[in-house]
Write a protein that binds this ligand. Structure first.
Ligand code: HEC
Length: 192
């Protein structure tokens, strides 16, 4: 082999090594990206399941008020609160539609609306937690729905209007409005 063919051979070999390395790195990155997608979807679905479990526990207490305990009521409300608002928004911020996910494109198209409902979820959950703080003993009547408290959110929907109305409403009413944030978010931002 002449020096010239030798160096051409080396360059060729080097090039193919570099190419294989590049392909290897690329495929590693793709695997990492796919795992990240999976993790994000799993995490947000896990959070939703926790939220649902806590909401179910609270519903159970309103059904059987004698089972009320301030601590577990607050825990359930807090479990929802910490998973609402920013944490909920963050779970959908980098990726909406993905394999294995029911999230819709509307989240990316209407981020403010999505964030507002996520924030309302937290406000209602916080109202429930503070009701538990104010009722260390039994569930008293003022935690129950008052006559005249509408089940729905009225013409303005379920949006939290201000802190004052929130703190004056009964815990049960806040709970019903909280459940409506679930359905209004799902109706728009989750596919069936
Ligand atoms: C701001 C929007 C929003 C609010 C509020 C919200 N959710 Fe969700 N929820 C979603 C989206 C989006 C999905 C689909 C997530 C996915 O598949 O990636 C979802 C999925 C779920 C799931 C299915 C989880 C799974 O295993 O795939 C349950 C259960 C659920 N939500 C319950 C609730 C309950 C109960 C509430 C209210 C207490 C609630 N959600 C409030 C947006 C919301």
């Amino acid at each position: 082999m002449s020096t010239k063919t030798q160096s051409a051979f080396l360059t060729g070999a080097l090039r193919s090594i570099v190419m294989s390395l590049a392909i290897l790195v690329l495929s590693m990155c793709m695997t990492v990206a796919a795992t990240a997608v999976d993790d994000t979807v799993k995490e947000r679905q896990r959070d939703m399941k926790e939220i649902a479990a806590a909401a179910k526990a609270i519903a159970g207490v309103f059904k059987e008020p004698e089972t009320y305990s301030s601590d577990s009521f607050r825990q359930a409300a807090t479990s929802i609160s910490v998973r609402a608002n920013q944490r909920l928004v963050d779970h959908f911020a980098t990726m909406t539609v993905a394999e294995g996910s029911k999230a819709t494109e509307a989240i990316a198209a209407e981020p403010d609306r999505f964030a507002a409902i996520a924030r309302d979820l937290k406000s209602y959950a916080d109202a429930l937690a503070s009701a538990a703080d104010r009722h260390p003993g039994a569930m008293s009547n003022d935690m129950r729905m008052k006559p005249g408290e509408p089940m729905g959110g009225g013409p303005l929907g379920t949006r939290v209007r201000n802190e004052a109305t929130l703190s004056s409403m009964s815990a049960e009413h806040a709970f019903h409005l909280m459940l409506q944030t679930c359905s209004s978010c799902h109706a728009r931002f989750r596919s069936d």
